[in-house]
Design a protein around this ligand. Structure first.
Ligand code: PLP
Length: 449
């Protein structure tokens, strides 16, 4: 079978996510036949190094033997069962593990089936818990500029990436958006912590003014991923946690992208020693195998809903596939790998290797910044290094990088002019060499005209 046979069939019936389908008149769609470890293989034997973990979900490689075995065992016993009125051991095991591993105080686990749904759950729970406590004026959320929380309407409303949001603005609830601690904008020689601290004043002022109307602040801890892998200092989270306590507002930590070891700790919140009121998890949760998400929350939130049925305080939110047994089993197998193979420690070595390999990019004529938080490393391309003037988006330089790298067997998927690496944790040092080498060539090729 040839790649083109499948891509033709695909293009006559399918509609792909986050894609202008017209682009595929010029760029081929790549059908993948199989995958193993960090490598994807198409129908003509070409191999691609999955440098972005298949949209940030894959942690321990494709066709991971441990996760495969766990799933096969689960298939033989229970694939799925309704999760209202019924339960099963795998969902319980996973919830116990998550409560155990996540920051202190998070004692309840509510399942959903993708990241956006988890964000919807957290928003609704926060609002509803205030309602149940008679705080009916609390109806608004605070979010940061350039944040991303998913594509469903509630999640889109609390995000701030214009490319995805602008068109739908008339459909979205009002939110309060405050400037971000994003350290790309710090003064020359200003420390990340100083800039992030300085930027916190905006949020503090907003809370001071509007706290009585605010349900929660929602934030991506440490890295605004879809917003171009923009990063900030943990001090911002520490200040935010204190302020949320002070002003009686919930803190929703969206660790859908940064959770599970991406930032150098199992959860990003650990780097600020904070516990949010809601923690949203998905993406890496199942090692990239199956859709699943979880919202962890506190006894205080849970108690605000717990009452006689007649008092009408229950959280009546559901998804058909809540607590899916296969997905929960994949997640358990993933967490077992973290434990038995000491992944967070092992990642320190991989992250250090990434730092070393990225050094040469700093002086590139069209690179304004190389930044890194743990296993996420981003390279910002600009038209003019000194003024940091960006390339016009119409030039699609990132797409040129993508295409060049793909030809050479590396899957990068730049966010606009930001080239980033977010590889599976099973990548070897040799494979990291290949990844950075090809990226260098791709960037050089895409910026030389
Ligand atoms: C990907 C992502 C989401 C949405 O998750 P989906 O599973 O794609 O709906 C939400 N928040 C963050 C921070 C994300 O990166």
């Amino acid at each position: 079978m040839k790649n083109s046979t499948l891509s033709q069939r695909d293009l006559s019936v399918l509609w792909h996510p986050c894609t202008q389908m017209h682009d595929h008149e010029s760029f081929p769609l790549i059908p993948i036949k199989s995958a193993k470890g960090v490598w994807l293989e198409d129908f003509e034997g070409n191999r691609y190094l999955d440098a972005i973990s298949s949209w940030w979900v894959n942690l321990f490689g494709h066709a991971n033997p441990d996760i495969n075995a766990a799933l096969k065992a689960q298939l033989e016993t229970l694939e799925h069962v309704i999760f209202a009125g019924f339960t099963h051991e795998t969902a319980i095991n996973l919830a116990e593990k998550l409560v155990d591993l996540t920051p202190a105080g998070l004692s309840r686990c509510f399942y959903a089936d993708n990241g956006s749904s988890a964000v919807e759950v957290a928003l609704k729970m926060s609002f509803h818990s205030w309602q149940n406590q008679g705080q009916t004026r609390k109806t608004k959320f605070i979010t940061l500029e350039n944040s991303y929380h998913g594509e469903t309407l509630g999640a889109l409303a609390v995000g701030d990436v214009a490319l995805y949001k602008k068109t739908y603005a008339p459909l979205l609830m009002d939110v309060i958006t405050v400037p971000s601690p994003d350290c790309y904008f710090r003064e020359k020689n200003e420390a990340w912590a100083d800039y992030s601290t300085r930027q916190f004043a905006h949020l503090d002022n907003t809370l001071q003014q509007y706290a009585g109307e605010i349900c929660a602040v929602i934030i991506e801890p440490l890295v605004q991923c879809a917003g171009g892998m923009r990063m900030y200092d943990p001090i911002y989270l520490t200040l935010l946690r204190d302020a949320c306590h002070k002003y009686n507002v919930h803190l929703i930590a969206d660790e859908i992208a940064v959770g599970f070891g991406r930032t150098g700790t199992l959860f990003a919140c650990e780097q600020a020693s904070i516990s949010p009121d809601f923690l949203c998890l998905s993406k890496g949760l199942t090692g990239g195998y199956l859709p699943l998400s979880a919202v962890l929350t506190t006894d205080a939130i849970y108690d605000a809903f717990y009452d006689n049925y007649a008092n009408q305080k229950a959280f009546l939110h559901s998804h058909s596939y809540t607590g899916n047994a296969l997905a929960c089993r994949a997640a358990l197998a993933t967490l077992t790998i973290f434990e038995t193979q000491h992944i967070v420690d092992a990642n320190l070595l991989l992250a250090a290797k990434m730092t070393a390999l990225s050094k040469r990019f700093i002086d590139h004529a069209h690179v304004s910044e190389v930044r890194q938080t743990g296993m996420i490393l981003a390279i910002e391309l600009v038209k003019d290094k000194r003024s940091r003037a960006p390339y016009p988006w119409q030039e699609r330089r990132g797409l040129q990088v993508y295409q060049y790298a793909l030809q050479k067997g590396v899957l990068l998927r730049p966010l606009g002019n930001v080239i980033y690496f977010m590889p599976p944790y099973v990548i070897t040092h040799e494979e990291l060499n290949v990844m950075f080498d090809i990226a260098w060539q791709a960037i050089t090729s895409a910026t030389q005209h």
